[in-house]
Design a protein around this ligand. Sequence first.
Ligand code: NAP
Length: 266
Amino acid sequence: MKFAIQTRNDTLSERLRDEAKGYLSDFGLEYDENEPDIVLSIGGDGTLLHAFHKYIHRLQHTAFVGIHTGHLGFYADWKPLEIEKLVISIARKEYDVIEYPLLEVRINYRTSDEVATYLALNESTVKSPEVTLVMDVELNGEHFERFRGDGLCMSTPSGSTAYNKALGGAIIHPALPAMQLTEMASINNRVFRTVGSPLVLPSHHNCVLTPVNGPDFMVTIDHLQLLHKDVKSIEYKVSGQRVRFARFRPFPFWKRVHDSFIASDE
Ligand code: NAP
């Protein structure tokens, strides 16, 4: 089995990387940055987002596992002290693989037939670089509302504990193949109206955002932020692809939510 390690580049994460690399090599596993079967992400959830995008071209073949060197994460849920145990389980292949839904993003342009496609593990957001964002929101081909405000966020279930949560979105269990649209400071008065509540869409639905005022937008895909010019529309749907995580022990999602937001015994 081949493995790779992604770190946050701090001293502790680097030390743990050297330790894990040494142990796994002693067990006869091969370090392969290009085609790993398993990727250890050492740092935080942000580090795992980087690892995900690094190996996005081989999601069917690579499983991820996260070790946190800061606070408990949703993707990074192993403690540094558990690294020896983790490495032994990897070497013995004593793990299950669980899969989480992803978000597919397609950006169409006015001036070309080119389509930019992305996969997000957490979410994609759309903001206007200068003025208020004005977007027509279409659900399954039907006009739903004209949004005016700071921006819109479409998140995955596993990303629902990230930016989505800060925007008042619901926490969605990652066993549900869904995506969630949340508003950022919508303008609501007697003239302008949006639904004002997060929308949870199932996997056979799609959402298309069409610009009303200006063609240039900041679109984020997880930690990546890009200015897209001459945007005709942005399409969202639950992807047919999924991300795979190696699970070595039960750590139920709601327990992680509890330990992250209510109280942790760490
Ligand atoms: P960052 O700004 O350095 O960190 C954002 C924070 O979000 C970190 O504390 C990170 O945890 C946490 N996080 C990431 N994924 C999470 C998840 N699925 N559930 C709960 N917390 C999560 O940016 P970054 O590290 O590059 O991460 C990019 C992410 O930041 C975006 O995908 C977005 O979700 C999030 N973000 C949140 C807000 C907000 O809450 N207002 C605003 C912008 C972006 P770790 O410390 O463990 O890495």
